[in-house]
Design a binder for this molecule. Structure first.
Ligand SMILES: *[C@@H]1O[C@H](CO)[C@@H](O)[C@H](O)[C@H]1NC(C)=O
Ligand SMILES: *[C@@H]1O[C@H](CO)[C@@H](O)[C@H](O)[C@H]1NC(C)=O
Ligand SMILES: *[C@@H]1O[C@H](CO)[C@@H](O)[C@H](O)[C@H]1NC(C)=O
Length: 447
């Protein structure tokens, strides 16, 4: 259902007619800040143009430099670790953080007094993400989501729509069942540490026309498609959303996004979709399970604006019950670094429209099915065109017959301004990823 992402292009008057009667009261409640439906397309087009400008600004002209720098951080974090232990089995010892993102905060028992330290830890293309750093703390106390136009103070929806930076935390464990897509606006951190927070069994998360968002340490699962309708999408705008596909997280025309330590499974469409020239993104330390279409980076072969998409995918664990698209890429530049691929049914990494995919130091464990050993998938491209796409595998550890079909130029140190830094090989993956997914963080103890 990739093309269904263009949800705003559904003729607005059609939906407006449907909702005019049933939503009449709600429109009145929305009051001053509700735009007329007929203005909606113009609003959308203007936002899209502004977002593209923001993406051009966030785009890095030398992605190899960002890649190099990330690899350098991994080397530094592992300095002095000469052990050959493979880290099998459940870990029971003292807090151990071996990748450069975790090492920066996770074993510090005072994390609860120093939550904003997190922003110093992000690496890769999303490295400038600061989320709600400059804002106040906001504590979510109410798991309900009854009013998607004028949400109640204390709810997560109220917090993410506030027109100011906020660092959002949770008063206690909660299950949040969203009534409609949760539209996250710029300069927000959703920080689930200290509580067990599930966003589940309802609609998913949308980051649209937003800059600078962190989502950290929450569980997102069993997301269902929602029918759409009138939703407040920014503090001063209510718009009509078409029905959505039921993605866990949909990143649409947005910049500087960091998703870290999420556990995600069993959503209706994608777990995470990144579309419409979104860029400057890092997905790290996540644990993905039980899902078909896992990660989609670029939704359409007719959307070359995605050339400026730059995403780092690092230290994630692609686990049980996954089928394909880890990720499935178009056009942009994708650094796939030190992830652990322990399960897939069809393939791991795929793409069309000449994406650049640099796969470094991952561990790929192929399934037993002899026809599914190939990591890569190019959608049965015929002809030679694909041979020019730069898809390189470096230091990946291949297990159980896994193989990566490379194409394009080899990585060549001479093309870089700085010295070329080789990634840490796949043999380090287990220790870099073994603490992926949601962590139980108790105040006063390391996570
Ligand atoms: C709408 O709100 C703005 C500021 O919030 C105010 O200046 C304006 O007068 C309001 N308009 C109406 C029609 O109430
Ligand atoms: C995008 O940037 C260009 C060049 O800086 C500017 O002329 C244009 O007005 C911007 N467009 C929007 C919608 O912000
Ligand atoms: C690890 O190995 C490096 C290079 O061989 C050496 O310089 C370093 O002292 C070793 N570190 C430890 C903790 O043994």
């Amino acid at each position: 259902m990739e093309l269904a992402k263009f949800k705003m292009q559904i003729p607005v008057f059609v939906i407006a007619t449907i909702f005019m009667t049933i939503q009449a009261n709600t429109i009145e409640h929305a009051g001053n800040s509700t735009v007329k439906h007929t203005e909606h397309d113009a609003w959308f087009q203007r936002k899209l143009a502004e977002a593209y400008n923001a993406s051009l600004k966030a785009y890095h002209h030398d992605p190899h430099e960002v890649m190099n720098e990330f690899n350098h951080h991994v080397h530094r974090a592992l300095e002095g670790d000469n052990s050959t232990r493979r880290g099998l089995g459940k870990y029971k010892g003292a807090c151990l953080a071996q990748n450069p993102i975790d090492r920066c905060w996770r074993c510090k028992p005072n994390w609860a007094e120093d939550r904003k330290r997190l922003v110093r830890c992000v690496k890769g293309f999303g490295r400038r993400t600061t989320g709600g750093l400059r804002g106040a703390y906001y504590t979510v106390t109410d798991p309900s989501d009854d009013n998607v136009i004028n949400p109640k103070p204390g709810t997560l929806r109220f917090a993410v729509l506030e027109p100011r930076p906020l660092w959002i935390i949770f008063a206690r464990d909660m299950n949040i069942k969203l009534k409609a897509e949760l539209m996250i606006t710029s300069h927000k951190t959703i920080d689930g540490r200290g509580a067990q927070v599930h966003i589940a069994n309802g609609a998913g998360i949308t980051i649209q026309f937003a800059d600078n968002v962190i989502i950290h340490n929450i569980k997102i699962h069993d997301i269902k498609p929602s029918i759409g309708g009138l939703i407040r999408d920014t503090h001063d705008h209510v718009g009509i959303r078409g029905a959505d596909d039921g993605d866990g997280i949909n990143i649409f025309a947005s910049t500087n996004i960091w998703l870290d330590h999420l556990s995600m499974w069993n959503c209706k469409d994608g777990l995470i979709d990144v579309v419409k020239a979104s860029t400057a993104i890092t997905l790290s330390n996540n644990h993905f399970t039980r899902h078909d279409h896992v990660l989609l980076f670029g939704a359409s072969d007719t959307d070359p604006a995605d050339e400026i998409m730059q995403i780092s995918l690092a230290f994630n664990h692609f686990g049980k019950g996954l089928v394909q698209r880890m990720p499935r890429c178009r056009y942009g530049f994708f650094h796939v670094l030190n992830n652990d691929y322990t399960h897939w049914i069809m393939y791991a990494i795929g793409g069309t429209s000449h994406p650049t995919i640099i796969s470094q130091g991952n561990r790929f464990i192929a399934p037993n099915n002899p026809t599914a050993k190939m990591i890569t998938n190019r959608n049965n491209m015929v002809g030679d065109e694909w041979k020019k796409w730069i898809w390189r595998s470096e230091g990946d550890e291949m297990v159980n017959g896994a193989y990566f079909v490379e194409s394009g130029h080899p990585l060549d140190g001479k093309r870089f301004k700085k010295d070329f830094i080789k990634a840490k090989p796949g043999s380090y993956v287990r220790r870099l990823t073994r603490f992926s997914g949601v962590r139980k963080c108790r105040v006063g103890k390391s996570c």
